[in-house]
Design a protein around this ligand. Structure first.
Ligand code: PEP
Ligand code: MG
Length: 926
């Protein structure tokens, strides 16, 4: 044996171990050392290091490192001195717990052994100490079973068989109904079980028990449970290597009316209220609380019941918070009037409590603003902005889709937009619009619905994008649901739901439930405003919003947006009163017809833009000229064909009625029938039917004419604007006239015109000519200067590589990372997310979903180049991002690093982005 190792210090008293060295002492051990050293009354004990564990596991015949048991003996003597008890004595026995604990918490890696040190001699001492035979035998039989199972590998079934026999004989079904004598017999039988299974008597020498237990804990590191756990959670040796063993004095909360046990938070973890929160049980063991055998009391009651202890508990709370400077979740036991703190850790809290406690701790001088900001994960704030499902209500989802727009909602299922409007708006019911997928003509259904559920489509499907923009929950692509509009029902596996049945969707998780699950309302608190104010002070990146309608913009302002980075004008085209005009514009066969439709759209768009500019004044509003392929505004081909077939048969019917009414003279018909037939004929105007048929035929014709093999790479964006200049000219005019109107009213505004899908400078040059001509005309006519900026989306690969040349025309760049990601990966998002991305992520081929977390190595690399080249050509170039990544914290950190000026995201993500921008700035300094 190596003598160097034999002198190594492996065993550390809680009072002496380094509380920061989790690698050596394990998380639990280090924590117990720290707690002891800051003066908390921790039951005395010691830690055996992870280094000892590794040495043990490395030794060929699994021998404990030399000298370790001597060190254990020394430490145990100290514990005996501290407690006044004796390990192995019959009068005043010291019992200990033995627990594993590695650098990272691995719940369930090994069971805890309690009451080690018990044997038939020390048991007598416990009976004397506690005066409770039943408790003592119960503790003994539990110890034998746990030790037998954990340390000696005796299967539980052997014990259970004996236990059941005695229960049967005693005629009881519950363990608690067994008497002290029954439990004595149980422990005797358990001792036999161990002897039979191991071929050796149950060890009675406490130090022998301890040595076996230490080895068992060390062995558990290589046990299947632990190995699987480490594999599952990717715990590599540099994160945690070996387990420590914690040996700690047992304290009993069940030693009479002056004893108790409890758990508490230093502040309320649900509300953040600065008040001790928890429960306790007098004369009870921790297990009783967990087992729910007795109902614990609220901690407030302790002031009456045990005033001195309540005072000490309040002191303990102050000590914990002053030292850890975070809300603590701690366990305590009172043994005969002495308060012990058994464990403490940072309390898990909901977002509201996290924000409130952080702000209040800053005000109290416990932490500074930087710490307050950094301790809250930006994404957590989402909880405070959307309704969520009540976590206290048990619920089982029936289907899983994509979490396409956060928030939760319940309502009756309706299967088309008209019904949604009828039931929702007119009858005041809460509705969930359930569709296979949605189209622009469903927009009125969105307005009327609480939430949207689709069985097809991804996170950028129409349903997802529109719902996000409106801040309504949406679950998209729930493929397990079969939607039948005709039958007004949806099938989910074996069950189904029909129109009028209540369903609940959770757009934050993608889960769908049958029936109503109560939701908890969001809470944008005063503390959150204050915290986000601090965030803005330290952030370099500004946070803007993607907002298309004035209401979205107002919400964005409420959440602290400092500008609009993207207004998708197509959203304005989708409004119920606009769509027919937009369709006229699309089906127009001549420029004159198109201009007539555009003339009708102009005042509507101007009013939209004016509203947006005014809501955001004096901050910038970036309006993107029309982007999507125009066929998206038309109904789908199959629907049109079905409609036409129905209309043609209606036309036949009206013709038939006319023939019938004209043929009355041929036969004998009573007068009243004649009147009815005439009335029916007058009810249906054949000319009206023909007019609708003509319109739908024109639409169908256009649908065919506009057909593209790959529309997303086809006739859209600036390509559309250059082939139908009237459309962009109308929009440019609407923007500049709106700005002129604001200027005349004395409202300072900053309109920005943005061109989508640009791949070459020449495209910008041409659109700029439209802008300059219209701008000059408006300034001349209005007699006032109209300021604006002109810039481009950077969302195709060529735009990145040509950034230098685009910057000669563009005053700003706005990265459209949704399209850019598709282009760089050559993945279509919808197909990727529905088909292969989950597997790619699971198998580790890709670490993240690149449509959610910006791919800094590929997409990001191109962005970095574009920023560099763009700023070389135009040093004061203003650069931002408006793809969905603009609202995700890790992507925001990347945007900070490459020198963007702002991120733009949907209104409800604005608070998340503000905090993430602050994190990016604070962490970049490190
Ligand atoms: C983008 O491509 O990132 C973008 C913002 O545009 P859209 O999502 O409207 O295509
Ligand atoms: Mg785009």
């Amino acid at each position: 044996m190596n003598t160097a190792t034999s002198t190594k210090k492996h065993v550390f008293a809680f009072a002496g171990g380094d509380g920061k060295n989790k690698k050596l002492l394990g998380g639990k051990g280090a924590n117990l050392c720290e707690m002891t050293q800051i003066g908390l009354n921790v039951p005395p004990g010691f830690v055996i290091s992870t280094a000892a564990c590794l040495e043990y596991l490395d030794s060929p015949s699994r021998e404990l490192p030399a000298g370790i048991m001597e060190q254990v003996h020394t430490r145990m003597r100290q514990v005996e001195e501290q407690t006044g008890k004796d390990f192995g004595s019959a009068d005043n026995p010291l019992l200990v717990s033995v627990r594993s604990g590695s650098a990272l918490s691995m719940p369930g890696m090994m069971d805890t052994i309690l009451n080690l040190g018990l044997n038939s001699t020390t048991l007598e001492g416990v009976i004397t100490q506690t005066g409770d035979r039943r408790f003592s035998y119960d503790a003994f039989r539990r110890f034998i079973q746990l030790f037998g199972k954990v340390a000696l590998s005796v299967p539980d079934e052997h014990f259970d068989r004996q236990f059941d026999t005695i229960k049967q004989r005693a005629g009881v079904t519950e363990d608690v109904a067994l008497s002290a004598d029954d439990l004595r017999e149980v422990s005797e039988r358990f001792l036999e079980v161990v002897a039979e299974a191991t071929g050796r008597p149950f060890p009675t020498d406490p130090f022998e028990q301890l040595e076996i237990a230490i080895k068992a804990v060390f062995n558990s590191w290589t046990g299947k449970r632990a190995v699987d756990y480490r594999r599952q959670f990717n715990i590599t040796p540099d994160l945690a290597n070996g387990t420590a063993v914690n040996v700690q004095t047992m304290v009993f909360g069940n030693r009479g009316g002056d004893s108790a046990t409890g758990v508490a938070f230093t502040r309320n973890p649900g509300t953040g209220e600065n008040k001790l929160f928890g429960e306790y049980l007098v004369n009870a063991q921790g297990e009783d609380v967990v087992a729910g055998i007795r109902t614990p009391k609220a901690i407030d009651r302790m002031a009456d019941e045990m005033p001195q202890m309540a005072k000490e508990l309040a002191e303990l709370r102050d000590k914990l918070e002053t030292h850890y400077r975070e809300v603590q979740d701690f366990e305590f036991t009172i043994e005969r009037g002495r308060l012990f703190c058994l464990q403490t850790r940072n309390g898990k809290m909901n977002a509201t409590a996290m924000v409130r406690t952080s702000v209040e701790m800053e005000r109290a001088g416990l932490i500074d603003k930087r710490e307050a900001l950094l301790r809250i994960q930006p994404e957590l704030l989402e909880q405070m902005l959307f309704p969520s499902l009540d976590p206290n209500v048990p619920s089982e989802p029936v289907a899983q889709g994509l979490p396409a727009s956060p928030g939760a909602a319940s309502g009756i299922a309706v299967f088309d937009a008209d019904r949604a409007e009828e039931m929702g708006k007119e009858m005041g019911r809460k509705v969930i619009l359930v569709r296979e997928e949605t189209k622009p003509e469903d927009i009125h259904g969105f307005f009327a619905a609480q939430g949207i559920l689709t069985s097809r489509g991804g996170k950028t499907s129409h349903a997802a994008v529109v719902a996000r923009g409106m801040g309504k929950p949406c679950v998209a692509g729930a493929e397990g649901i079969g939607v039948s509009v005709e039958r007004r029902e949806a099938r989910v596996g074996e069950s189904s739901f029909h129109e009028g049945d209540v369903v609940t969707i959770d757009g934050s998780t993608g889960k769908v439930y049958l029936g109503e699950i109560p939701t908890v309302e969001p809470d944008f608190t005063q503390e959150l405003s204050e915290l986000l104010g601090w965030a803005d002070d330290v952030a370099r990146l500004k946070v803007w919003a993607n907002a298309d309608l004035p209401d979205d913009a107002r919400r964005a302002v409420k959440y602290g947006a400092m500008g609009i980075g993207l207004a998708r004008t197509e959203r304005m085209f989708n409004a119920v009163d606009r769509l027919p005009i937009v369709i006229d514009m699309i089906v127009a066969e001549t420029p004159e017809q198109r201009l007539a439709a555009l003339d009708k759209l102009l005042p509507l768009q101007r009013a939209d833009f004016q509203d947006l500019l005014e809501v955001m004044a004096p901050n910038p509003v970036t309006i993107r000229l029309l982007d999507p392929p125009i066929h998206e505004f038309l109904p789908d081909e199959h629907q049109l064909k079905r409609d036409l077939a129905a209309l043609r048969s209606l036309s036949e019917t009206t013709h038939g009625l006319t023939v019938l009414s004209g043929s009355m003279g041929l036969i004998q018909v009573p007068d009243e029938h004649r009147t009815q037939i005439d009335a029916a004929r007058r009810l249906l105007d054949p000319a009206l039917v023909e007019e609708v048929i003509a319109k739908k035929e024109a639409m169908l014709h256009k649908v065919h004419a506009l057909y593209e093999t790959n529309p997303m790479l086809g006739h859209r964006g600036v390509r559309l604007g250059l082939t139908f200049p009237e459309i962009y000219e109308m929009q440019i005019r609407a923007i500049l006239e709106a700005a002129a109107d604001c200027a005349k009213k004395g409202i300072e505004v900053q309109p920005r015109i943005k061109v989508p899908q640009v791949c070459t400078r020449e495209e910008l040059v041409r659109v700029r000519t439209y802008v300059d001509t219209i701008h000059a005309e408006i300034e001349r006519r209005e007699g006032c200067p109209v300021a604006f900026e002109f810039g481009t989306m950077i969302e195709v690969v060529r735009a990145c590589t040509q950034a230098g040349s685009l910057a000669e025309e563009a005053e700003f760049f706005s990265f459209g990372t949704n399209d850019l990601t598709q282009a760089v990966f050559s993945f279509s998002r919808e197909d990727a997310e529905n088909k292969f991305l989950p597997l790619y992520n699971q198998a580790g081929i890709l670490q993240n979903n690149p449509f959610e977390v910006l791919d800094d190595k590929g997409v990001g690399k191109l962005m970095e180049l574009a920023v560099t080249w763009g700023k070389e050509a135009r040093p004061d170039m203003h650069v931002g991002i408006c793809g969905e990544h603009g609202g995700h914290s890790t992507s925001i950190a990347f945007c900070h690093r490459i020198g963007l000026d702002y991120v733009s995201c949907s209104a409800p993500r604005v608070p998340v982005a503000r905090l993430a921008a602050a994190h990016a700035a604070l962490l970049a300094d490190q």
